[in-house]
Design a protein around this ligand. Structure first.
Ligand SMILES: Cc1ncc(COP(=O)(O)O)c(C=O)c1O
Length: 425
């Protein structure tokens, strides 16, 4: 399916929300995809439309920048970008950004791609510096003069120093030292204070060949940290207390850092936040766009936030291939484990039929996953089990395509990055 057709399908959120009744939703998805041979992954277009609409509503008018790592399918990125409320991409590698920004037959490149993480890929830097059209569309992330040095060394081989001006974004660390939980945050940048941000901004503008166009600060301890973990009420209270304090601290520090840097450079954008923090990040007047990606697919990590609950738009299907004992069934595949601190929450969640459990000594396996539980006895060879990944974009690394479904059947498919022969991380 083309991005334009998909954009039309997801332009309006559906009147009904079938996923709110799991006992109908998952069997309906099963019927809709009965002709397909598992293993495959699906995206429900109604749920995707609902999620995209909710994310925009939560941002209260602040544009959303789509976090591509949480999607990893070019037609879906293009389709969401065609919706009101969305503008620009937050990419995860420079090679990816160049690919997304490049015009190709029938697909105009995306004109605003910020690489959300620093790059030391000299070949990709050379390619960027050698192409002024791409250099006008792609913005590099920096938090250290050492990165500027590396970029300069790489591009000296392409165009001589400074011939093509490269757009850069300064990353401010958004971490928070919590009294209750210790340091929280993703250790993203050495630039933490206003004075450090100011000093790096001066270093960038004083250097030929770079244009400081943006700032970014990602508060992972709020946006990416669940505040309602199942069965851990005390920990949940500590997390929520930390998040309240962190929000207040960051709002002040971000506003001051942005003001200080704006006095040095004409910033086009200030990005922050993610799916889990849209309300608070968009409420800060210093922020001009908020990143969001995971909330589109609604992976199961996002079942545990108090402020919002995305529809389970993305899922995958594993077939039952054998019955090692009457009370067990063995699924093909299943070991699609998410990144992050290892633990049970990184395992796929078995959604349907309900009442299935992985075996503690096996869990989700490389090639097979035995399951027990009340529903396992009833499973027969050839039956299917529906599952959801913990995270959003990592699902796309396991399949060539995402099958698009609605309540009545399969409506098409779109390639993942992998399906287009692209693996970036
Ligand atoms: C820089 C940055 N911004 C935003 C996000 C949030 O993305 P999502 O909306 O998929 O949680 C992330 C995720 O890790 C990120 O690294």
């Amino acid at each position: 399916m083309t991005a334009a057709t998909l954009a039309a399908l997801i332009a309006t959120p559906p009147a009904t929300q079938p996923w709110t009744e799991p006992a109908r939703y998952w069997p309906a998805l099963g019927a809709a995809t009965a002709q397909l041979d598992p293993v495959f992954a699906t995206v429900h277009v109604g749920a995707l439309a609902h999620n995209a609409d909710r994310l925009v509503a939560r941002a209260s008018g602040t544009p959303l920048r789509i976090a591509s790592k949480s999607v990893r399918s070019r037609p879906i990125l293009d389709a969401v970008l065609a919706l009101p409320g969305w503008a620009g991409v937050l990419a995860y590698t420079l090679r990816e950004a160049l690919w997304l920004a490049q015009d190709s037959p029938g697909r105009p490149g995306i004109t605003d791609v910020v690489v959300g993480y620093p790059t030391v890929d000299r070949g990709a830097i050379r390619a960027l510096a050698a192409d002024p059209a791409l250099a006008a569309r792609v913005t590099l992330m920096v938090d250290d003069v050492a990165q500027l040095d590396l970029i300069d060394a790489a591009r000296r081989e392409a165009d001589g120093p400074g011939a093509t001006e490269l757009r850069v974004c300064l990353e401010l660390d958004a971490g928070f030292d919590s009294r209750l939980l210790g340091f929280t945050g993703a250790r993203r940048s050495p630039v933490h204070t206003v004075a450090q941000a100011e000093a790096l901004a001066r270093a960038i503008v004083g250097r030929p060949g770079f244009r400081l166009v943006g700032m970014m600060a990602y508060e992972s301890q709020i946006a990416g940290t669940i505040d309602d973990p199942a069965g851990r009420p005390l920990y949940a209270r500590a997390v929520r207390a930390m998040q309240r304090s962190s929000r207040a601290e960051l709002a002040d520090r971000r506003a001051a850092a942005v003001a200080a840097v704006r006095a040095i450079a004409d910033l086009e954008f200030v990005n922050g936040g993610g799916t889990g923090s849209i309300e608070s990040t968009s409420a800060e007047s210093a922020v001009t766009d908020v990143a969001a990606g995971s909330g589109l697919f609604g992976p199961h990590l996002f079942d545990h936030y108090t402020a919002f609950s995305p529809a389970p738009a993305a899922a995958f299907v594993l077939p039952v291939v054998r019955k090692p004992a009457p009370g067990l069934a063995t699924l093909l595949g299943g070991g699609w484990i998410a990144s992050g601190p290892p633990g049970p929450d990184r395992l796929p969640r078995l959604e349907w039929p309900t009442g299935l459990a992985m075996l503690p000594r096996e869990m989700a396996g490389e090639v097979q996953t035995p399951v027990s539980g009340p529903a396992a006895a009833a499973l027969r060879v050839g039956d299917r089990v529906w599952a959801r990944h913990t995270k959003a974009g990592e699902l796309s690394e396991h399949v060539d395509e995402l099958v698009l479904v609605d309540d009545d059947g399969v409506v098409g498919s779109v390639p993942t990055y992998r399906g287009e022969g692209k693996v970036f991380l």
